[in-house]
Write a protein that binds this ligand. Structure first.
Ligand code: AMP
Length: 196
């Protein structure tokens, strides 16, 4: 099962990915995680990517495509994978198609978790206020201003990638505001249909 999961931060992608990983025995490939690991390890790629990531920009297509091309060759990705945070540009989406085609493979599904972003910001603000009221430090990711910046960056990237797959009739949307189990069932339905 080879799929792309699209959706803003805090939309439930992490929760759904975890379940899919267990259900299908496939890894989640998150380019953000891989790049952060490269930065932490101080590899040549990490050194190049560090400043761009800190500035909130996009790391070059060549670097990110190279990372994914290498990663999908690993044994654990043979049965499939869930891509998270990749592709973010048309060049990346086209490179992915080519990479898979060269192996005689294709994507089974591209699923977007659609959420009410105003409600999402509200949720993060409430959580931050409650954390503060308990006298605990607010996690950086839950800082409402940082969250809004991440949301804006997500919208910028998805504005490119979602139409790419939509034009090919490959994009499926699910209402991510529904209860977790309902979203899960919706994803399973799409994946089931993709296999038949
Ligand atoms: P994320 O954890 O997905 O929000 O990614 C963190 C940062 O890594 C992003 O802000 C980008 O700077 C970089 N990054 C992650 N994935 C990609 C990608 N597919 N293309 C370009 N830059 C990326």
């Amino acid at each position: 099962m080879r799929m792309i999961l699209l959706g803003p931060p805090a939309a439930g992608k992490g929760t759904q990915s975890k379940r899919l990983m267990d259900a299908y025995g496939i890894p989640q490939l998150a380019t953000g995680d891989m790049l952060r690991a490269a930065v932490a390890a101080g590899t040549p790629i990490g050194i190049q990517a560090k400043a761009v990531m800190e500035g909130g920009g996009l790391v070059s297509d060549d670097i990110v495509i190279g990372i994914i091309a290498e990663r999908i060759e690993h044994e654990d990705a043979r049965k499939g994978f869930i891509l998270d945070g990749f592709p973010r540009t048309v060049a990346q989406a086209e490179a992915l198609d080519e990479m898979l085609a060269a192996k005689g493979l294709k994507l089974d599904a591209v699923i977007e978790l659609v959420v009410d972003q105003t409600a999402l910001v509200q949720r993060v603000m409430t959580r931050a206020a409650e954390t503060q009221a308990r006298g605990e430090p607010v996690r950086k990711d839950d800082d409402p201003e940082i969250f809004k910046t991440r949301l804006a960056a997500h919208n910028r990237d998805t504005a490119v990638v979602a139409p790419f797959y939509d034009q090919r009739g490959a994009l499926k949307r699910i209402d991510g505001m529904q209860p977790i189990d309902v979203v899960s069932a919706g994803i399973d339905q799409i994946l089931h249909a993709a296999k038949h």
